[in-house]
Design a protein around this ligand. Structure first.
Ligand code: ATP
Length: 452
């Protein structure tokens, strides 16, 4: 491993450690020794992930005229997975096993890293075999063949099988989209890299139904729109790129696929965070064939009847949350805190976009032993917490408290001091500029309305 890799590798370790220490992400089932590759979102993590999902929903549904939402069930008829190809080779990865240590790896992952032997012990690998990723379960009390079903492996199938329901119950007209956020499960062979690849994860998917000959136009439109979403939420441009998926690597249903990739700290490097896919008419055609239901669309204006094509945007909520966390992580050398206690030690600041930050404002009494200051601070806390997720913190020196808030990415700290009692104003400190400004208490709500 190169020196650079060692340094950046430890950067990822530092982020994982911060995520646990400050309550963003915990390893699952920890008191029982953990449960491989499963994670729980802590008090700050759940806020961050909810912000990611809400901002996606806002962008993909609320600000659009022609996209509607859906929340379909995780458990569905196994016939859906038969029709979609998930139970056959279509949803199987090639797995190789080390003859020495018996660890298993995805063949395509080893190929990407040009490895022909076991990456762990160097042992020889056996012939690849197909491994289906669907998570099997039983419905009802009898565990037999007739009761087998699967936890969904992607949210989009729930959208395809509701295509006719949405058409019949709403006034949508092509081109239109159906979007949903929800859990998906895959029995991944090699989960890892923290929450990047897990067996249970959440997807944010939108299926856009179009006229077949308009596929290129809509594909490019959504590809650009999705990249813009990440950029607008502060991801660094130099860490983002498009990657055209080679024809030979396309999924069985895809006519074209472009991944949005992010450059994670080494050794991860460039990795997919979202896929934009032209799925042609494959999904509606296959479900029409297997269900016997007509899933075509009748265009009232042109009097044409056709199976719509689909452009899909498929993002991972957990991957996006991880990307925003990694992107926000900055180490600043000393002097950010403003009291005499400030040191020249490295200080961590999570520079989240304000819309993503889990806590928006921290309200801090300068001293905790002056009743009038504490009372006024608590009054301000009550006022602001009704509108924004606000922290009240009176423990430790003011410098220490600023540091604690910087470390979780709180955009604004608000300090109440003796002058506040006289002048009815407070100091507002900006996380990024560190500038401090006196703002009248009566004007705080309007002040933050503009900023947050
Ligand atoms: P990969 O090549 O990384 O396995 P994929 O191409 O199979 O991903 P898709 O089926 O296109 O992924 O899923 C769309 C999105 O869902 C991905 O871009 C990713 O953000 C998310 N995703 C897929 N699998 C996982 C997983 N195991 N853990 C976390 N997120 C995932």
């Amino acid at each position: 491993m190169t020196k650079k890799n060692e340094k950046e590798n430890s950067l990822m370790d530092k982020i994982v450690s911060l995520a646990k220490r400050r309550g963003f992400i915990f390893p699952s089932s920890e008191i029982y020794g953990g449960f491989a590759s499963c994670y729980d979102y802590g008090p700050l993590g759940v806020e961050l992930k909810n912000n990611v999902k809400n901002l996606w929903w806002q962008e993909m549904i609320r600000t659009q005229n022609n996209i509607v939402g859906l929340d379909s069930a995780i458990l569905m008829s196994p016939k859906i997975w038969q029709a979609s190809g998930h139970l056959t080779a279509g949803f199987a990865d090639e797995l190789v096993e080390c003859k020495e240590c018996h660890k298993r790896f995805r063949k395509d992952h080893l190929e990407e890293e040009s490895k022909t032997n076991c990456p762990d012990c160097g042992g020889a690998l056996n012939e690849p075999r197909k491994f289906n990723l669907m998570m099997k379960t039983f419905v009802g009390p009898v565990e037999d063949e007739a009761n087998i079903t699967y936890l969904r492996a992607e949210t989009c199938q729930g959208i395809y099988v509701n295509f006719a329901n949405v058409l019949d119950s709403t006034r949508v007209k092509i081109p239109f989209g159906i979007a949903q956020i929800g859990k998906a499960f895959r029995n991944e062979i090699t989960p890892g890299h923290f929450t990047f690849r897990t067996r249970e994860f959440e997807q944010m998917e939108m299926q856009f139904f179009i006229k077949p000959h308009e596929a290129d136009k809509w594909f490019n439109c959504w590809k650009e729109a999705r990249m813009k979403w990440y950029l607008n939420l502060g991801l660094k441009k130099e860490n983002l790129r498009f990657k055209e998926v080679a024809k030979k690597d396309l999924a069985h249903y895809a006519k074209r696929a472009v991944d949005i990739e992010y450059h994670f700290p080494e050794p991860m490097g460039w990795r997919e965070i979202e896929g934009i896919h032209n799925r042609g008419d494959w999904d509606l055609s296959t479900h029409a064939k297997h269900s016997g239901k007509d899933l075509s669309y009748f265009d009232q204006d042109s009097k044409e009847k056709y199976i719509p094509w689909i452009i899909e945007t498929s993002a991972g909520a957990d991957r996006a949350t991880l990307v925003f966390l990694v992107n926000a992580y900055q180490v600043v050398l000393g002097g950010r805190t403003t009291t005499t206690e400030s040191t020249k030690e490295a200080e961590v600041v999570l520079k989240f976009d304000k819309k993503l930050a889990p806590i928006k404002i921290a309200v801090l009494p300068l001293v905790k032993n002056k009743e009038k200051v504490v009372k006024l601070t608590q009054k301000i806390f009550e006022l602001l917490k009704a509108k924004y997720l606000t922290h009240y913190d009176e423990a430790g020196s003011i410098g220490r408290r600023y540091r604690r808030q910087d470390e979780i990415g709180t955009p604004y700290c608000l300090t109440v001091d003796f002058e506040s009692l006289e002048n009815q104003d407070v100091t507002v400190r900006d996380r990024d500029t560190m500038k401090q400004k006196r703002v009248k208490i009566g004007e705080l709500v309007d002040y933050f309305k503009e900023k947050l």
